[in-house]
Design a protein around this ligand. Structure first.
Ligand code: PBG
Length: 333
């Protein structure tokens, strides 16, 4: 940046803020519907929808209703949805075998949405927590979350989801070496074009608890995820994580959670320049809704401000439960 000696009163910074058209003209960034990925929750059953207490305004949908919801997102111009299953407790096992069942809930949802809306992108999570009776993202032995043994299962899960028609696989598990393992497994299974968006810098955050309510993994989780998710105090470590995932073949990277981690997002984008995404997570959504429902902040204003800040920090896109609301606002201009 060129530093000039600007002084008042020749320079008046407020001059360029005088009118809406002028503020539009000097805006440095722009939030567009093209930047949004909408995370959605899927449940078993027909014509069924459930509210989620800790995420007011967000619902779990059975596959048939999810197809309609995905259609609404597509109509608004949202490029992709990201599916998360609430798996019934009976199918959760210590070996998380339901994760690679080609007929599991998430694979059925992928096939149904693809059939109805072939032009809508579909992203799926790769991690064992919806299927694991311990609620962890990896296999558990004693007190340990196993790394290398988990990779095999993640690869089977990734291939099952790719076979179902998933476009973007989002490994959210934070096991070491999973990107290389998954890329090899996908290529060998005939899916060289399935995109990987790694949750490259994913922190052990308290902001995921509403999500864990939504997918039903919170109650079963034993302990915490600090041996695999990152320490919120670290930033250099995020750069190493992202470098590893890029070298292992990821196509896109993600920083998670969102607003409290914009410094990490900016560093990642400016260091590597690869497609970089932010996850505006469930706890952030819950805080926004809680304050808005108390009349303390304006939901639409703070939501659009938050999403815009991700763009300013360098995000190429944002996963947000607010995506549909934001797209409606953007559409109405
Ligand atoms: C699970 C997963 C989590 C989220 C996405 N995938 C939770 C966790 O790691 O416990 C969080 C999303 C959110 O809070 O909105 N692997």
């Amino acid at each position: 940046m060129i530093q000039t000696a600007r002084t008042f009163p020749a320079t008046r910074m407020r001059r360029n803020r005088r009118a809406p058209w002028l503020r539009r003209l000097v805006a440095e960034n722009k939030l567009s519907t093209d930047d949004l990925i909408w995370p959605v929750f899927v449940i078993d059953g027909d014509n069924t929808r459930q509210t989620i207490e800790s995420m007011p305004g967000v619902e779990r949908f059975s596959v048939d209703l999810l197809v309609d919801a995905a259609g609404a997102a597509k109509e608004l111009g949202i490029p992709a949805v990201c599916l998360f299953p609430q798996t019934s407790p009976e199918v959760k096992t210590p070996d998380a075998r339901e994760a690679w069942n080609p007929d599991n809930l998430v694979c059925r949802a992928v096939r149904a949405i693809k059939a109805a809306h072939p032009d809508l992108g579909i992203m799926c999570d790769v991690a064992l927590d919806p299927y694991n009776s311990d609620g962890h993202d990896g296999l558990v032995r004693g007190d340990e979350i196993l790394n290398d043994e988990t990779l095999e299962i993640l690869c089977k899960q990734a291939v099952a989801q790719a076979q179902a028609g998933c476009d973007i696989l989002g490994p959210s598990d934070m096991m070491d070496g999973r990107i290389a393992a998954m890329r090899t497994a996908l290529d060998e299974a005939g899916f060289p074009n399935t995109v990987i968006m790694s949750y490259a810098a994913k922190y052990a955050s308290g902001l995921y608890s509403p999500f864990r309510d939504a997918v039903g993994s919170g109650g079963v989780l034993k302990g915490d995820k600090k041996t695999y998710q990152m320490n919120p105090l670290n930033s250099d470590e995020a750069i190493h994580e992202v470098a590893l995932d890029i070298n292992e073949g990821t196509d896109m990277v993600m920083v998670k959670p969102g607003l409290a981690y914009l410094d990490v997002l900016q560093r990642v984008k400016s260091t590597f320049g690869v497609p970089t995404y932010a996850y505006h997570v469930s706890g952030e959504y819950a805080m926004l809704q809680a304050a808005a429902r108390n009349g303390w902040i304006d939901y639409e204003i703070v939501m659009m401000e938050s999403l815009s800040c991700f763009k300013r920090a360098g995000a190429d896109g944002i996963l947000s439960y607010c995506a549909l609301d934001a797209a409606k606002i953007l559409k109405s201009g």
